[in-house]
Design a protein. Structure first.
Ligand SMILES: [Zn+2]
Length: 138
């Protein structure tokens, strides 16, 4: 196991609603993030050369920035997902369901089609990462 997650107390606001991860694979370091005030403490260095990739403490880290194209390293992260046995759908798939029509929709059948799932298994777990309210005028 090359990475370890745990609880963390924010050094800025003392909130316990914060997470901490130590990792050591091709990079060594830690990431701490306060889920209340958004403070992040990030340290990453190359394991082989010891070269510092990133050393940051503050509230404006790019992981918290909407323009950053990935997702938070502590939450939905492709590498961590794969490590935990999830199959990542690189381009994602989307589908919509109306409450009025939902009784006609078999979500598992829909996802089986969308993802070309193997049906010779007991079932699947899904991880939902986004949703949007359907508006009448769209
Ligand atoms: Zn905080």
């Amino acid at each position: 196991m090359s990475s370890m997650s745990g609880e963390w107390q924010c050094t800025e606001c003392n909130s316990l609603n914060a997470v901490h991860e130590d990792f050591r694979d091709d990079e060594t370091g830690h990431i701490s993030e306060c889920l209340d005030c958004g403070f992040m403490d990030v340290y990453r260095e190359k394991t082989d050369t010891g070269k510092i990739i990133e050393d940051y403490q503050g509230h404006k880290h790019y992981y918290n920035n909407e323009k950053y194209s990935g997702t938070s390293l502590l939450k939905i992260n492709n590498k961590d997902l794969k490590k935990n046995g999830w199959t990542v759908v690189p381009d994602g798939v989307w589908f919509g369901i109306d409450y009025a029509e939902s009784h006609k929709t078999n979500v598992l059948a829909l996802l089986t089609d969308l993802l070309n799932l193997d049906t010779d298994v007991e079932g699947y777990n899904f991880l939902v990462c986004a949703y949007k309210e359907e508006k009448d005028d769209e």
